[in-house]
Design a protein around this ligand. Structure first.
Ligand SMILES: Nc1nc2c(ncn2[C@@H]2O[C@H](COP(=O)(O)OP(=O)(O)OP(=O)(O)O)[C@@H](O)[C@H]2O)c(=O)[nH]1
Length: 305
């Protein structure tokens, strides 16, 4: 077929005839295919499209998207079709579609306009590629690359990336920024006494507690085994100590329930450093030094660099 140039026969009437040969051919193709006239009414489709939108061809022909789908989705299709008619050729875009029975799929549309004997745009032929599996895998991989499996906090790589962005913003706008490095005290004993599984649960317990106490704008990172980094944007030194003390006291006051008669009490030590135009590496290193100091002061302690 010759798209977007004059045709030997009138393509629109050829498509409207729904010739058995054409139908047979496109029904053998496993990808959904549909075609519409210039007014957006369906002229036909293949078997894969019927299966895809879960509506029979005979109920589809002559109808517009507004008669078949909910208004929101129909508007999307309509405006994409109009954009193609106004700028004829090939149009590609990704979208979420719902079948008439409501299930959602991620798809990639490939639409091509066609013209009639007078070289006027007369309709379009659309092909749909189902990319749901690819999208789901993509978001799973993004999730795995971004978050720590055990705690759900940012992993070290993503945390440092976000910290880099926050650091740049702070530097450019001459804002405050505080870094808290938090380490669970005597965590080896927890593993030794209760086993690794309880140790894992204890880390989750701490991460959940931190999440509940933090502000929306804070960046919480699982930096290493039992070590967490917290980046507090627009927080000056005095407030950083207040926040760190709040975290320390909150965790010291909480108990993790192991059984009806057993509870686990955990404490943390926290090192603080605040932005004073030093590099990001130095900022984190200073928090580490302050943490070391807090550990040496009998733990369950907060120290500023
Ligand atoms: N269960 C569990 N344990 C972990 C994980 N990551 C690190 N750890 C344990 O955390 C413990 C850290 O021990 P140390 O570095 O000696 O520190 P600590 O016992 O907490 O002592 P201080 O930091 O000096 O208070 C080790 O026993 C690690 O095996 C984890 O993902 N799960």
């Amino acid at each position: 077929m010759n798209m977007d140039s004059s045709l030997d026969s009138d393509l629109i009437s050829y498509l409207s005839d729904n010739s058995p040969m054409l139908q047979y051919l496109i029904d053998t193709l496993p990808v959904p295919i549909f075609y519409k006239d210039r007014d957006g009414n369906y002229l036909g489709c293949n078997k894969a499209f019927e299966d895809f939108i879960k509506i029979e061809r005979r109920k589809l022909i002559g109808r517009s998207a507004f008669e078949l789908f909910d208004r929101e989705l129909a508007e999307i299709y309509h405006s994409a079709d109009q954009a193609l008619f106004e700028n004829p050729g090939v149009q590609n875009y990704e979208s979420v579609v719902r079948s008439t029975q409501g299930d959602e799929r991620y798809v990639k549309f490939h639409k091509t306009s066609f013209v009639d004997n007078n070289n006027e745009v007369a309709g379009l032929i659309g092909v749909i590629f189902d990319i749901t599996a690819q999208k789901r895998l993509e978001s799973k991989l993004i999730e795995q690359a971004t978050y720590d499996d055990l705690t759900g906090l940012y992993n070290r790589r993503e945390g440092l990336h976000r910290m880099g962005e926050l650091y740049e913003l702070t530097r450019r706008n001459k804002m405050h920024l505080a870094v808290l490095m938090l380490d669970v005290d005597h965590f080896k004993r927890v593993n030794d006494q209760y086993g690794h599984q309880i140790g894992d649960q204890a880390l989750q317990f701490i991460a959940d507690s931190l999440r509940q106490t933090s502000r929306q704008s804070d960046i919480l990172v699982r930096y290493g085994g039992e070590e967490f980094l917290l980046f507090l944007p627009d927080v000056a030194e005095g407030d950083a100590v207040t926040f760190a003390e709040r975290y320390r006291k909150m965790l010291a006051a909480k108990a993790m329930r192991l059984s009806k008669s057993q509870q686990l009490h955990l404490t943390v030590s926290i090192g603080i450093s605040c932005y004073r135009r030093q590099s990001l590496t130095d900022l984190i290193h200073e928090a580490d030094i302050a943490l070391y100091e807090a550990k040496s002061r009998d733990r369950n302690n907060v120290c500023s660099y």
